[in-house]
Design a binder for this molecule. Structure first.
Ligand code: AMP
Length: 280
């Protein structure tokens, strides 16, 4: 069925009010569009928990720094609507910019804790304030029961989970495992930036963190394993921002090996920044 598309908060609220009247539960899947099978998996997981799913599409200028790819970020609304329809989304909210940032808008939602773990925040200082501000708005605007987020953006998942708790927003944030290409590369809207050669090299980010995780499980110390992964990536031409192991819940540096651990990485391949993470 073709999903309904709305562009204003008033129209969004008319639709959700109907669902509430029928006692239906609904999930929201926030995206920046350029829909791929990772996003579609979030919709499928939403449908398992809720009666209805809303997908939002908004390329949020507040989470891009001046030197980042806001202008060339891939946009394809018609293609997105088709894919989201196939995935089973009921409603697509593509807010007009003034629905998100009306004139005079001056509020920022800003977290410490997982948002200041020294990972993405260290390299993209404006990023999480942009994310938490818009995600808080989307949680409140939709009033959804569930919010589906990908583990691919692991720090983001922890940050929005904490934000919903701290602000008593009655929504359950659900993390969904990363959807990958056949060779292991995490699906990402930004993969379209990769040249054919870079696309082949790109799988090294997943394979090197997978090897590091195996080595740690096999008894190698964390420092040596992450150093090895970093060196492997550098030798392949990546510029590595970080490859690090953190507590999988708090994102703090681990104190001992029997904590739940996550290996988390970010590296540049040419002009494209790739991120990935897996559990150890
Ligand atoms: P984006 O449009 O890139 O901002 O992503 C929107 C949502 O989709 C976020 O919750 C991402 O973590 C999630 N997502 C992106 N890529 C994947 C993937 N390969 N697997 C699962 N979720 C993903």
């Amino acid at each position: 069925m073709k999903p309904k598309l709305v562009r204003t908060l008033a129209a969004l609220r008319r639709e959700t009010a109907k669902w509430r009247k029928e006692d239906l539960r609904y999930a929201v899947v926030p995206t920046m569009g350029a829909i791929h099978s990772g996003h579609m998996e979030l919709v499928s997981e939403g449908l398992k928990r809720a009666d209805r799913v809303i997908t939002t599409i908004f390329v949020n200028p507040k989470q891009f720094a001046a030197n980042e790819d806001l202008d060339k970020y891939p946009r394809d609304e018609d293609g997105d609507v088709l894919k989201l329809g196939k995935a089973g989304t009921h409603l697509i909210y593509v807010p007009n910019p003034e629905e998100i940032y009306p004139e005079g808008f001056c509020t920022t939602v800003s977290l410490a804790g997982p948002a200041k773990a020294g990972l993405e925040d260290k390299f993209r200082p404006e990023f999480f304030d942009g994310v938490t501000t818009i995600v808080a708005k989307l949680f409140i605007q939709t009033g959804a029961d569930f919010a589906m987020f990908g583990e691919k953006d692991y720090q983001q998942l922890k940050v929005v989970t904490r934000m919903a708790q701290d602000l008593d927003i009655p929504i359950e944030v659900v993390g969904v495992p990363t959807v990958r290409e056949e060779d292991g590369l995490a699906k990402s809207s930004r993969n379209v930036y990769l040249s054919r050669q870079e696309r082949q090299q790109a799988l090294a980010i997943y394979s090197s963190i997978s090897h590091a995780a195996e080595r740690i499980r096999g008894g190698l110390d964390i420092q040596s394993a992450t150093r090895l992964a970093t060196r492997t990536l550098m030798a392949l031409g990546f510029k590595v921002d970080y490859v690090t192991v953190r507590n999988a819940e708090t994102l703090a540096p681990p104190q001992h090996r029997d904590e739940p651990l996550r290996i988390i990485s970010a590296a540049w391949l040419g002009k494209t920044r790739l991120i990935d993470n897996i559990s150890v």
